[in-house]
Design a protein around this ligand. Structure first.
Ligand SMILES: Cc1ncc(COP(=O)(O)O)c(C=O)c1O
Length: 388
């Protein structure tokens, strides 16, 4: 959509031209069933394995520890239900947080219905988990299989958790650690040497790769029950015909993000901070969600507008040619639906609207300036609509 200023990269970051080209380059050689014995199949498999190796290198894992899935939702479900179902006889414990993506929370609730115990950690007003609360839960409940699942960065407000410290606590008590790293993957340093998580979820479409392919990095020996049954592809963790062309796109997107990180991150931070300053200066009583968090995603700004009408706000921005969202793409658009904001204790009033602006590699200062004007005008309209 050439005529839109697209600031919804946290929902989906459009396929990058270089990724498209990398996929196009292998269409003729890799568009086959990677499980076939003939030369065409073997070529497809070679391509798939090269992509797997490239991604493994980026996260400091072994190639055999990277499993391709259908996306972030699939990987989160495999990690959580796969862990719990393998250990149901031992009454496993799952520890997660109140601000996880629904793909973690709903999977954890399902595991609880099947017999696991579930502990949900609270967050503070910036969306931060207190590592002490994890320590308290784990020290009070030892001696059974435990999985801690804490997202690396939040998709609605951008808070980044202290993953290395949280992993260290989990491991001290013999628990395994899973992180839904979908939002920070490619932007933050997730190498094992930085944070030795046991299970890590990522998805290609958040970093300019294709929709419909994700991955689960699973440390050797973790032991997961499959969720679906079929062939031996992805060693049974996610069976079914594999997607070598998608894997090439995913690998290319990861490689580009990692190599551009040093130049892109400061630019994202500068744009986010400039926009935040501008909106705070021109919109009375605006709230910056997670504004006081120790660490935030560099490319995401979420603001709350008291005394305004959410629908009017979003329609006005859409009509102005600025694509943003009101929070998670998975929630309906009403802030009362945001379990994340509720857990942070903000935005409970009916007249509280939310705008989430998230940037990508092609976002320019000019885009952000125009978007700032549009948000300010849309807020004026939506406040007027609410007042009437
Ligand atoms: C934090 C987080 N986890 C998981 C998902 C789900 O990923 P996918 O859309 O690939 O299923 C998303 C996407 O919205 C997300 O933001």
């Amino acid at each position: 959509m050439d005529n839109m200023i697209y600031l919804d990269h946290a929902a989906s970051s459009p396929l990058r031209p270089e990724v498209w080209q990398a996929m196009a380059d292998v269409v003729d050689t890799a568009g086959f069933n990677a499980a076939s014995m003939h030369a065409c199949g073997r070529n497809a498999q070679e391509t798939l394995e090269q992509a797997r190796a490239d991604i493994a290198t980026a996260v400091g894992a072994l190639r055999g520890e990277v499993f391709f899935t259908a996306g972030g939702t699939a990987s989160n479900n495999v990690a959580i239900l796969g862990f719990a179902r393998r250990r149901l006889a031992e009454k496993p414990l799952l520890v997660t947080t109140a601000i996880e993506h629904k793909a973690v929370l709903q999977a954890a609730h399902q595991a609880a219905r099947e017999g696991a115990d579930l502990e949900i950690l609270p967050v503070d007003e910036h969306g931060q988990v207190d590592p002490g609360s994890l320590d308290a839960v784990l020290s009070a409940d030892r001696g059974r299989p435990t999985l801690v699942s804490i997202m690396w960065a939040n998709n609605e407000v951008g808070t980044i958790q202290q993953i290395p410290e949280l992993v260290e606590i989990a491991h001290r008590y013999g628990a395994l650690f899973h992180s839904d790293a979908v939002q920070g993957f490619g932007k933050l340093d997730m190498r094992r040497e930085t944070a030795p998580v046991d299970l890590l979820t990522a998805t290609a479409h958040k970093l300019g790769g294709p929709v419909g392919i994700g991955l689960l990095v699973c440390r050797r020996g973790t032991g997961l029950e499959p969720l679906i049954y079929g062939g031996t592809q992805e060693r049974g963790v996610w069976p079914g015909t594999q997607n070598p062309i998608g894997a090439v796109g995913f690998g290319k997107a990861v490689q580009m993000c990692v190599s551009e990180r040093d130049s892109h991150i400061p630019h994202f931070v500068a744009m986010r901070n400039a926009l935040e300053r501008r909106l705070c200066a021109d919109i009375p009583s605006i709230v910056v969600h997670a504004g006081g968090a120790t660490r935030r995603l560099p490319n995401l700004l979420s603001v709350g507008i008291p005394g305004s009408d959410q629908a009017t706000l979003l329609v006005a921005l859409d009509m102005a040619g600025v694509a943003v969202s009101s929070g998670s793409a998975c929630s309906s658009g009403s802030t009362s639906g945001s379990h994340v904001l509720r857990a942070m204790g903000v935005g409970k009033e009916e007249d509280y609207s939310v705008v989430r602006l998230s940037f990508g590699p092609d976002t320019s200062d000019e885009d952000v300036r125009i978007a700032g004007d549009a948000v300010i005008a849309a807020v004026a309209r939506s406040r007027a609509a609410f007042a009437n």
